[in-house]
Design a protein around this ligand. Structure first.
Ligand SMILES: Cc1ncc(COP(=O)(O)O)c(C=O)c1O
Length: 390
């Protein structure tokens, strides 16, 4: 470990390594946009939407301004009305619940499963009962594929269908993943994603997309994206928003999409190497469903709370960054403490425990596998040194 300087300080996500690889292609793509000058809805937008559709198999792709707006657009397309309840997992990024409030609905928080970090079907059922007991109107569910692995759609879609609820798949972290060979983007009636730079498929700014096979919803989404426009720019038929993706971001995304399958494979290799590097340690490595793949937006392990803080500090000293996603569940956040939970006592125990035990390690397609080995070796050193305490 004497040559640790080589990986110190290590970036948590290394966007530069990827940029070095594709810089000439990005430069050329950006120059093409500068040459034609169609900065809003230029030809790259349509080309990008077609490539995304070809990649994931969704019939229609609507590019948009970011992953949060993608959710708001999807909720508006489903005509969320004031007082409508939309079930969301509490262990997720804040944008999932925020979008519901922005669209006029009420988020109702549901617990997640310890192994997959994704929505717990049993807690969803309890949430539906809870909404009814409160006299609220259940309308839909936003299922999140946390850290890159798709949720248990078979179980969740069946529960939603039984109560006539629509499902929006929040695939901000999972675009590129699969269940039994079917790609994310095709599981629910509507799927949304984010192309925030740190996402597995990211651009160089904010951008997102909505995926659907439904002609009617697609037509509504197209209108919503441009201020609710009808037959022309100055014909407003519904309340919409300015939700367009920039042409420059579409140009970047088109180049990045070409190397994305290779990058997904590299992420898979990194995750496998982490599992080997961490074997024998008193921590839980990620569990994948046998029928699903992940795009490894995060590589997240679970540890005892006091051990997590000590290990994170120990690694930070050695130049290895780690991050806690998420330090608090949404039902525990000040902004959301008046919204209902699946449990009357507002206790969602799995999510609350996870926020005390999770720790995410550096993850991207360009981490040398030897670096992963070194991180593993440092963790082994830490647990040897602290054997008595853990
Ligand atoms: C699960 C989830 N949903 C929604 C979003 C929102 O995406 P954006 O940052 O592009 O608005 C994110 C982004 O981090 C996310 O992780």
């Amino acid at each position: 470990l004497s040559d640790l300087k080589e990986i110190s300080p290590l970036p948590f996500i290394d966007l530069e390594a990827q940029q070095r690889r594709i810089r000439p292609l990005i430069d050329a793509a950006l120059n093409r946009v500068l040459d034609h000058g169609h900065y809003i809805m230029g030809p790259e937008i349509e080309a990008c939407e077609a490539s995304l559709s070809q990649f994931c198999g969704a019939k229609h792709v609507l590019s948009c301004s970011n992953g949060t707006d993608a959710l708001v657009l999807a909720l508006m397309a489903q005509r969320v009305q004031p007082g409508d309840v939309v079930f969301v997992p509490t262990f997720t990024y804040v944008a999932t619940a925020e979008a519901v409030v922005l669209a006029g609905g009420i988020p109702l928080f549901v617990d997640v499963l310890k192994d997959s970090y994704n929505m717990d079907p049993v807690s969803l059922k309890r949430g539906i009962q809870r909404a009814k007991a409160l006299g609220l109107k259940p309308r839909g569910v936003i299922v999140v594929d946390l850290f890159g692995q798709p949720a248990d759609y078979e179980a969740l879609l069946a529960i939603a269908e039984a109560d006539h609820l629509w499902v929006i798949c929040d695939a901000a972290q999972s675009f590129g993943a699969q269940i039994q060979g079917k790609k994310v983007g095709t599981f629910g009636t509507l799927t949304t994603t984010s192309f925030f730079p740190a996402k597995p498929l990211g651009c160089y700014g904010d951008a997102g997309a909505v995926f659907t096979d439904d002609e009617g919803l697609y037509a509504t989404l197209k209108s919503l994206r441009v201020h609710g426009q009808g037959t022309s720019k100055y014909d407003a038929v519904r309340i919409g928003m300015n939700g367009r993706m920039d042409t420059l971001q579409a140009a970047i995304l088109l180049e990045k999409l070409k190397i994305f399958p290779e990058e997904i494979r590299a992420r898979q290799e990194v995750s496998e190497r982490y599992a080997i590097a961490f074997s024998g340690l008193p921590l839980d490595t990620p569990c994948l469903s046998p029928s699903a793949t992940s795009v490894w937006a995060q590589y997240t392990v679970q540890l005892k709370e006091n051990v997590r803080e000590a290990l994170s500090a120990f690694l930070a000293e050695k130049g290895i960054p780690t991050v806690v996603y998420y330090i608090k569940s949404l039902h525990q956040q000040k902004a959301y403490d008046t919204y209902p939970c699946a449990e009357e006592n507002r206790c969602l125990p799995v999510s609350e425990a996870l926020s005390k035990s999770v720790l995410s390690f550096p993850m991207h397609a360009y981490i040398p596998l030897e670096t992963v080995d070194r991180i593993g070796a440092l963790c082994h050193d830490f647990f040897k040194e602290n054997r008595a305490a853990v």
